[in-house]
Design a protein around this ligand. Structure first.
Ligand SMILES: NC(=O)c1ccc[n+]([C@@H]2O[C@H](COP(=O)([O-])OP(=O)(O)OC[C@H]3O[C@@H](n4cnc5c(N)ncnc54)[C@H](OP(=O)(O)O)[C@@H]3O)[C@@H](O)[C@H]2O)c1
Length: 279
């Protein structure tokens, strides 16, 4: 099962996230793909990700016969205020050049000549979109128009910013990647815009941002009835409300559990219950 963007690109229904894996990044990506994940999320931002080690895993997998086209690779442009001294571009260059240099460096790290999805890690501020955001977005639109990336998207965006981007951009995003808190209606406002605009919504930190949900006795009872664990209930809920969940597990049993949610199903009442659980 998968999702399709408004520009008709197929996207897998679960994504493996590579943040905070450090030296273990390469073997965990290899393990994730061998366990069944086909979509990988990274960023050209050494504070939290090691994109070059993702690339090492891809080379090993290629030697084992995993073709590039069988994988969905997503990376991000992170502005200089989200980087340390290891900025993967010239931070004194204009933003258009920074995006081009960061993107080229991502291709090198990942040993590929295209990305499936390229995401703006975050707008420059939490309020509105300024000239810097528009310059970065236009540079990303150019990468899309040059078919260097099949999709462009944005992360850590508010509903107001997303509405503005959809209204004013030449190419509206095909992907949104946001942290998803049950106490904030599972990012309901942003998801609603995504649904209206045909944008795929990727939810991250579904487990780490919702520890109370995982411990909720009724969620535990529901999991037991279904013969699964609470983490699987949350991921399955995410899928049934139309999200593309990310998992950050470093454990193969959890990888397999996460992928197995494709095979379970929650009733409409159970989905409704989880949707409103923390309100
Ligand atoms: N755009 C952004 O700004 C941004 C920010 C944060 C994250 N992300 C992306 O989202 C990805 C996921 O984020 P996250 O690590 O916060 O996600 P997460 O999947 O909510 O959290 C992972 C944690 O949950 C634990 N866990 C327990 N049972 C699990 C199970 N069955 N399946 C999965 N995990 C289980 C994991 O422990 P075990 O390792 O023991 O399984 C790990 O400690 C990141 O790797 C990154 O790609 C993006």
């Amino acid at each position: 099962m998968g999702l399709t963007t408004y520009n008709h690109i197929s996207v897998p229904s679960f994504m493996y996230g590579t943040a905070w894996k450090k030296d273990a990044t390469a073997w965990l990506v290899e393990l994730a793909v061998e366990s069944g994940f086909t979509a990988i999320d990274t960023a050209n931002q050494l504070i939290h990700y090691d994109e070059a080690r993702v690339g090492e895993a891809l080379q090993t997998l290629a030697h084992k016969g995993v073709k590039r086209e069988a994988l969905f690779l997503q990376s991000k442009f992170t502005s200089a205020d989200g980087q340390d001294h290891r900025t993967p571009y010239d931070p004194s260059a204009d933003l258009t050049t920074q995006v081009q240099q960061s993107f080229d460096s991502s291709l090198q790290h990942l040993h590929t000549d295209y990305l499936d999805s390229y995401v703006l890690h975050a707008p420059f501020s939490r309020r509105g979109l300024g000239a810097a955001d528009w310059e970065v977005w236009e540079a990303m639109e150019a990468l899309h128009q040059a078919v260097k990336t099949k999709l462009i998207g944005v992360s850590n965006i508010t509903a107001g910013q997303l509405a503005q981007l959809c209204q004013e951009a030449h190419v509206r995003p095909m992907m949104v990647q946001n942290r998803c808190f049950a106490v904030k209606t599972w990012d309901g406002e942003v998801r609603e815009i995504c649904q209206d605009q045909g944008i795929i919504y990727q939810g991250f930190s579904l487990l780490t941002a919702n520890r109370d949900v995982l411990a909720e006795p009724e969620v535990c009872a529901l999991a037991e009835r279904e013969g699964v664990v609470p983490a699987q209930v949350v991921f399955r809920f995410a899928m049934q409300v139309g999200m593309l969940p990310l998992t950050g597990t470093a454990n193969q049993q959890h990888m397999l559990e996460d992928l197995a949610v494709e095979r379970i199903s929650l009733s409409a009442e159970e989905v409704q219950f989880i949707e409103t659980i923390m309100l």
